[in-house]
Write a protein that binds this ligand. Structure first.
Ligand code: SF4
Length: 311
């Protein structure tokens, strides 16, 4: 359904060119939940914005394709993309979007506005109530103002709004940020239910691998604007191959251990990247070749690919 091919997104900055994404590939099939994980600043949200054509100056998509059912949506005129794709075929729940509701209008009013602006043909009142029910909210919530809802309720209402036009593809960027653990799990269960009942494909972006481990089919690990590894959820969680992925998995707290392992050091400055493998200053397995030549993604195990000179 979605095929991201060799996408590069660069930003101009006083410190020089920032290569936020440098040749990223990613595939999402119909009805699939795909996780995109990595540390803050690795390019996850930039990729989501790139797929949604929402990169603004000083940023620019300088190369690559985003194919949606075979159409490169980066090549479409803005108007055609807005009329045929945005909200109708793909929608996005942004980081902190639950705070994006206008405080002076009711939840129902704001959902009906989306239906009106995008030309929904059916009964707007009924559709609003159905959408709220779909995300397991009491339809009576439509008459409430955002400040009358809990964080979890607001996030559900925002997901309902994102699904107003029945898109087959949803991007959820850190949809549980600032929510308590119980609510985080309930939002994950909701996404799982939406996939099962409506067949929606979801790109789930997170820095919290533990949270997504039970709902994603496949996982992509991004580091410094490059794909470090990808594979099925069980491959990545049980047999991570790339040293960075191993570090991320080891950082997940468990009930059995009182120690949390971390990854030494920090992600490099994207305006001043080291030569060779971008992870080498932090990698416990670093070799001479890693400091000079950048490894390319290669098949390392079953359908698992990794960019690392160890393979
Ligand atoms: Fe580590 Fe080298 Fe692999 Fe990079 S290429 S992750 S430095 S072993």
């Amino acid at each position: 359904m979605i095929n991201v091919k060799d996408v590069k997104v660069y930003f101009r900055s006083p410190r020089g060119q920032v290569k936020a994404l440098d040749g990223v590939n990613l595939d999402i099939g119909k009805g699939e939940i795909v996780g995109l994980a990595g540390e803050s600043g690795c390019g996850k949200s930039t990729l989501a914005l790139g797929i949604s054509r929402l990169i603004l100056p000083p940023g620019k998509i300088v190369a690559g394709e985003v194919n949606f059912d075979g159409t490169d949506i980066l090549k479409l005129e803005e108007r055609e993309f807005r009329e045929k794709y945005r909200w109708k075929k793909m929608s996005m729940v942004f980081q902190g979007s639950m705070n994006g509701f206008t405080p002076v209008f009711t939840i129902g009013y704001q959902i009906r506005e989306v239906l009106k602006i995008h030309g929904y043909n059916g009964d707007h009142n009924q559709r609003t109530r159905d959408l709220l029910q779909m995300v397991e909210l009491d339809p009576e919530i439509e008459s409430r103002f955002p400040h009358e809802l809990s964080g979890g309720q607001k996030q559900r209402a925002f997901i309902a709004m994102a699904l107003a036009l029945d898109p087959p593809f949803l991007i959820a960027d850190e949809p549980t940020t600032a929510l308590d653990v119980v609510t985080q799990v309930s939002i994950m269960n909701l996404l799982k239910k939406l996939r099962k009942e409506k067949g929606i494909a979801i790109l789930l972006i997170t820095h919290d691998l533990a949270l997504i481990s039970e709902i994603v089919d496949r996982v992509y690990i991004l580091y410094a604007g490059r794909m470090a590894e990808s594979g099925t959820a069980s491959d990545i969680f049980i047999n991570p191959q790339h040293p960075y992925t191993k570090g991320l998995i080891a950082s997940i707290p468990t009930l059995k251990s009182t120690k949390i392992a971390g990854i030494e050091g920090f992600m490099p400055d994207l305006a001043n990247l080291p030569p060779g493998c971008k992870f080498y200053p932090r990698c416990p397995y670093v070799m001479e070749v890693c400091k000079k030549d950048e490894p390319q993604l290669r098949n390392v195990r079953n359908d698992q690919v990794a960019a690392c000179w160890l393979y």
